[in-house]
Design a protein around this ligand. Structure first.
Ligand SMILES: Cc1ncc(COP(=O)(O)O)c(C=O)c1O
Length: 392
């Protein structure tokens, strides 16, 4: 039987997200300030980058101010020419498309497949042509998209680069290989809503040695400053395009403090995920909702917990009812192909029916490291009660 929430006393609101300190973040940030190395590429950046490099086996790791900035850096490295296009899922955050649009690419929006909510290889195969320079899938909720399918399609298009927008997937794997290690580039996010946070931050993982030198120049405002500090040249100067992409070492210190606790963080999130799964799964068929599915071969990151409701009206009704209970779930991506910006930057209109359907039915439940058993029970009860009432 679903517990009755009406008999429960009022309690504190449960936010959607609550970032937490898990280890020595504050100590490290104070150390960065007191040692006077607070700009980009300092000692904490080196320590954080080393952890990420060991995880991803990247040729180079550049810590950036956000995942958006890392995507922009990858777009600059493509050296896009007029007429070039880039394929991105319609079901993603704006930055996945915007980073390439602002470098002049036309965007081709691809639909997702309904299992993992990642880029649909069958649709991708119909979209590729000689103008396409890159395909940028995401691993939604930290579950690998159909990497085998996407790579099989791309095998016939050697000029097309694979760039993983791995904002959700740090420490996830596909068939044992780390997410973020499959393409020419991958990007990470350390925004406050992610598993590993530093307020705002990101990283570009560079997997092809031929991109390393230029990536460092673009990263450093178009200069060969890094080569100078490595003792490779005796002065540095302006060489290329670029921008100020680097993460302050104060935030890198925060990031390193989090990365040190990565196992603890992942364990806490796994517990939170499994609690929801355990309490909701018995009601899924009866009340007509679907829980996240993780295909065999995928090790997920426990980045979020979403449910798919039968239709938009039910989703919106559940959202409202839970909010009235002081609980703050939220919806997610609004289809990019059908947005004002999407239409402006699209190479041509494309059909993304699964994206439209999923976007209208998806609800993300509150999810964070410190979500307690009590919080989780309150959220599940509120969700099930709202859904039961709406299904009457
Ligand atoms: C798939 C995806 N890519 C990129 C971003 C942008 O990340 P950031 O806020 O670090 O720029 C997000 C943000 O949540 C995202 O979900």
């Amino acid at each position: 039987m679903i517990p009755d929430h009406d008999t429960q006393p009022d309690r504190l609101p449960i936010p959607f997200n609550r970032p937490a300190l898990e280890g020595r973040e504050l100590e490290y940030m104070a150390e960065a300030i007191s040692n006077g190395r607070t700009s980009a590429s300092g000692p904490f950046s080196a320590r954080a980058a080393a952890v990420l490099q060991a995880e991803s086996q990247a040729q180079d790791v550049l810590l950036t101010t956000s995942c958006t900035a890392a995507l922009e850096l990858s777009a600059m490295l493509l050296d896009l020419q007029p007429g070039d296009s880039v394929v991105v899922p319609s079901f993603t955050f704006v930055s996945t498309a915007l980073a390439f649009a602002r470098e002049g690419a036309r965007i081709v929006f691809c639909d997702i497949e309904p299992r993992t909510l990642g880029l649909d290889p069958a649709h991708l195969a119909t979209l590729l042509d000689d103008t396409v320079r890159a395909v940028v899938p995401i691993h939604y909720a930290g579950v690998a998209c159909d990497l085998d399918g996407i790579r099989a399609v791309l095998a016939a298009w050697p000029r097309v680069s694979l760039i993983e927008d791995n904002a959700h997937g740090l420490f996830g794997r596909w068939r044992g290989q780390p997410l973020g290690s499959f393409g020419r580039f991958a990007t990470l996010s350390f925004h406050e809503t992610k598993n590993i946070v530093c307020g705002e931050g990101g990283a570009l993982l560079v997997h092809d040695q031929r991109d390393v030198d230029r990536a460092r120049v673009l990263f450093d405002k178009g200069t060969n400053r890094r080569a100078f500090f490595l003792g490779q040249v005796d002065k540095y100067s302006w060489r290329d395009a670029g921008s100020s992409f680097g993460l302050s070492d104060i935030l890198a210190a925060y990031l390193y403090g989090q990365l040190e606790q990565r196992e603890l963080i992942q364990q806490k999130r796994r517990t939170a995920f499994e609690r929801y799964q355990h309490s909701l799964a018995p009601y899924a068929d009866w009340l007509g909702f679907t829980l996240p599915m993780v295909p065999d071969g995928a090790e997920q990151t426990y980045h979020m917990f979403y449910v798919l409701l039968p239709d938009r009206q039910t989703r919106d009704g559940v959202l409202k009812s839970m909010q009235a209970d002081g609980i703050h779930p939220t919806f997610h991506y609004v289809p990019l192909h059908d947005s004002e910006g999407g239409r402006r930057f699209a190479a041509r209109p494309t059909e993304c029916a699964v994206t439209e359907d999923v976007s209208g039915r998806l609800l993300r439940l509150p999810f964070y490291n410190g979500l307690t058993q009590g919080d989780s029970e309150r959220v599940s009860t509120s969700f099930l009660t709202a859904l039961r009432q709406l299904s009457r």
